[in-house]
Design a protein around this ligand. Structure first.
Ligand code: GLA
Length: 469
């Protein structure tokens, strides 16, 4: 972690945990596209993530991003009993002093598996230079799931590094471990999971895509993957097969076409096996370069897996019963305050406009703000993402003016999207103030080929606010 980044992280921690007795860490469901706060009140930063269940806890590993660029600062580890509330465990693999995961390098998409033979936990990752020209599959090892992992360098196949980028892992029902990469590659792992013994599938001509993930149901393997548009979202698609070695059949998109996979890129699918049912938790990233630490979000949805097809729905709020394995769509309920309600106090150049017959208030001016005093236990802010969307800071203060929650949000999307952009944690019922300030900045970046992506302006659009009693 860079010094300045560590400084911001610690200051935020003190600011939030030190200011009031209000409980900050409480979510009652899975929400997509909104920042999540951990037990310390900091943003859950685990991009390109995976989840491993060990004992009765779920462990989330991902890229701990910074808001200042793309250099590797570490892989984070969080744990949870309910998949809604996340406790920061540690930086599972910190930036190394030097070498391939040292300063000025890239580390992405960590995936962890427990090796059945040795009982060790092995983490695989994409290691690269910042211009993405020195890629290989690396690995790290720990005796405990939440330990600090020791970086071992390249995973070898026939004595040589595997020079691929976007990767994932798959553990089959017989305990065999596999590493899969972009463009249809599958490598079988040795019994100790520390080398690759076979290049099982090599299909760069017939299979394409990044961000791979595999699940299996009733003998059918499903391979989810994204198009190659860097951090820009695209309509992700999938293949099916009855053997990991193929042949893999192209099955098209798994989310409704044009939604750009509900504005996300696949990273992992976690099957949650219960007494009656299995929920397939689709985990996607809504990247937000350059504010990837604070403003990127998660799109987690219950993937419907049929005999040979997939369907990814979108729910603003949903729950999963970890005992039965059943999921249910739930409503965000409360008192609705529309954007033109007189109780919202606007300051600056906000303009009332209509989007899809809905009144919204829009501003792109740095420092413009609005606030709402409310009595309740939670506040949800709905905004409209558009191709000209930018960043804003959202703060909730208690009656004494203490900051009890603080997040950066983004409203950029290539396709217009009305949805919650901020869901506060549950507070003790009381009097609070919600404040939003336009940052006057937007996300944009170039990919490896120097194509440009991202927003064209700094707009924030408010549609409504829902206050829960
Ligand atoms: C794609 C990959 C990510 C990352 C970005 C960088 O989105 O899936 O893991 O490498 O490109 O542009």
């Amino acid at each position: 972690m860079s010094n300045s980044f560590l400084h911001i992280y610690v200051c935020l921690l003190i600011l939030i945990t030190g200011c009031s007795g209000t409980r900050i860490h409480q979510y009652d469901a899975i929400y997509s596209g909104t920042p999540w706060l951990d037990n310390n009140g900091n943003t859950v930063s685990a991009r390109g993530a995976c989840i491993v269940k060990e004992g009765n806890r779920y462990y989330l590993f991902g890229e701990l991003k910074s808001d200042e660029g793309n250099d590797f600062v570490g892989f984070s580890c969080y744990s949870s009993k309910d998949l809604y509330n996340w406790k920061f465990e540690k930086i599972a693999l910190p930036q190394q002093k030097n070498g391939k995961l040292g300063p000025g390098r890239v580390g992405e998409r960590p995936k962890v598996m427990k090796c059945p033979k040795t009982g060790e936990f092995i983490m695989y990752m994409h290691v690269d230079s910042t211009n993405y020209k020195d890629q290989y599959v690396g690995y790290a090892v720990s005796n405990t799931i939440d330990g600090e992992y020791t970086f071992k360098g390249a995973l070898l196949f026939e004595g040589k590094p595997i020079k691929k980028w976007d990767l994932s892992t798959y553990q089959d029902t017989d305990g065999s471990g596999y590493v899969l990469t972009h463009s249809g590659n599958v490598y079988k792992l040795s019994d100790d999971y520390k080398s690759a013994t076979k290049h099982l599938l090599d299909e760069p001509d017939t299979m394409h895509g990044e961000a791979p993930a595999i699940i299996k149901k009733n003998g059918v393997y499903f391979w989810l993957t994204s198009g190659l548009t860097s951090w820009e979202r695209n309509d992700n698609f999938y293949y099916t097969a009855t053997s990991l070695a193929g042949p893999w059949k192209d099955q098209g998109y798994f989310a409704p076409e044009g939604t750009l996979t509900h504005n996300s890129q696949t990273t992992f699918v976690l099957p949650i096996y219960g007494s009656n049912d299995t929920t397939y938790l689709f985990m996607g990233d809504r990247w937000s370069y350059p504010i990837q630490h604070s403003a990127a979000t998660y799109v987690w949805q219950p993937l419907e897996v049929n005999s040979a097809t997939l369907h990814l729905p979108y729910y603003e709020k949903w729950n999963v019963d970890l005992k039965t394995g059943k999921w249910a769509n739930t409503e965000i309920t409360g008192k609705t305050v529309l954007a033109n309600d007189a109780t919202i106090k606007y300051s600056g150049n906000w303009k009332q406009e209509t989007e899809n017959n809905i009144n919204v208030f829009r501003s792109n001016t740095k420092g413009d703000s609005f606030s709402l005093n409310f009595t309740g236990s939670r506040v949800v802010l709905y905004g409209v993402s558009q191709s000209d969307g930018g960043y804003a800071i959202v703060t909730v203060k208690d009656a004494e003016g203490n900051v009890v929650a603080n997040s950066t949000i983004e409203m950029y999307s290539k396709v217009t999207n009305h949805s919650p952009k901020y869901v506060s944690p549950m507070f003790k019922k009381g009097i609070y103030t919600l404040e939003l300030t336009v940052l006057g900045k937007h996300g944009n970046w170039t990919n490896k080929r120097k194509d440009t992506f991202g927003s064209t302006d700094n707009y924030i659009s408010l549609e409504k606010i829902i206050v829960t009693e």
